[in-house]
Write a protein that binds this ligand. Structure first.
Ligand SMILES: C[S@@+](CC[C@H](N)C(=O)[O-])C[C@H]1O[C@@H](n2cnc3c(N)ncnc32)[C@H](O)[C@@H]1O
Length: 204
């Protein structure tokens, strides 16, 4: 009885310590994430996205904030293409690194702030960030990404952009939208999405 109580107490203390450290890290990186804290995209949403989009044709995929590495892992496992990711939460970064090692992936994650990266040779971006930073993100991506590049944004739309498609999981709880954009067709005066899609459609 006493041993069982001690075991419960020890488990509770470990859980508390883990949660405490996790919260401390979230607070410590808050000034850089600006609200886009470590919350993973639900697995059903990633499955719906990978069903809806053929990622095998992309040459240079980047993930802005890898979290626990579940998008990056799913893409390389299913489509055999590597993803380059950035993460500034040290716990999330280590989780992604461990998954890459565990599954022997070619994908890479950098412990870096993605705002300092240049995306001018990138043809695919995946992100799940936060509503407050979407206007700034839209400006950066519109400025740097080449025509035809695709942007997948979980939960939060990019203000002023026209989506080509919205992917939604059929799950009753985790069915938040993933907005799909194509550079060149992302503004009202951009080309017709269908015209840009010709010959190089990744979206099913
Ligand atoms: C909502 S989570 C999404 C994680 C993952 N992309 C997913 O979909 O499961 C956002 C992640 O972005 C990271 N992040 C936010 N701002 C960042 C920045 N400027 N540079 C690198 N990572 C960032 C956070 O630390 C967090 O882990």
């Amino acid at each position: 009885m006493q041993t069982a109580l001690l075991a419960i107490l020890a488990t509770g203390m470990i859980a508390f310590a883990v949660l405490f450290i996790f919260s401390l890290v979230i607070v410590a990186v808050h000034h850089r994430t600006q609200g886009a804290m470590f919350v993973p995209t639900p697995a059903v949403m990633i499955r719906s996205l990978t069903d809806a989009v053929d990622f095998s044709g992309f040459k240079n995929i980047r993930e802005l904030g890898t979290g626990d590495g579940r998008f990056l892992t799913a893409i390389e496992k299913r489509y055999a293409v590597r993803v380059i990711g950035y993460e500034i939460n040290p716990i999330a970064y280590l989780m992604t690194r461990m998954k890459i090692l565990l599954y022997g992936l070619k994908s890479r994650v950098f412990y870096r702030d993605f705002w300092h990266e240049d995306f001018s040779d990138v043809d695919c971006i995946y992100c799940y960030l936060f509503v407050d930073i979407m206007p700034r993100l839209g400006e950066k991506l519109a400025h740097e990404l080449p025509r035809g590049a695709m942007v997948f944004s979980a939960n939060f739309p990019i203000p002023g952009w026209r989506e080509e498609k919205v992917v939604k999981a059929t799950d009753t709880i985790f069915n938040d939208p993933i907005f799909v954009y194509r550079i060149g067709a992302h503004t009202e005066d951009g080309d017709e999405p269908r015209a840009l899609l010709a010959g190089q459609s990744h979206v099913r």
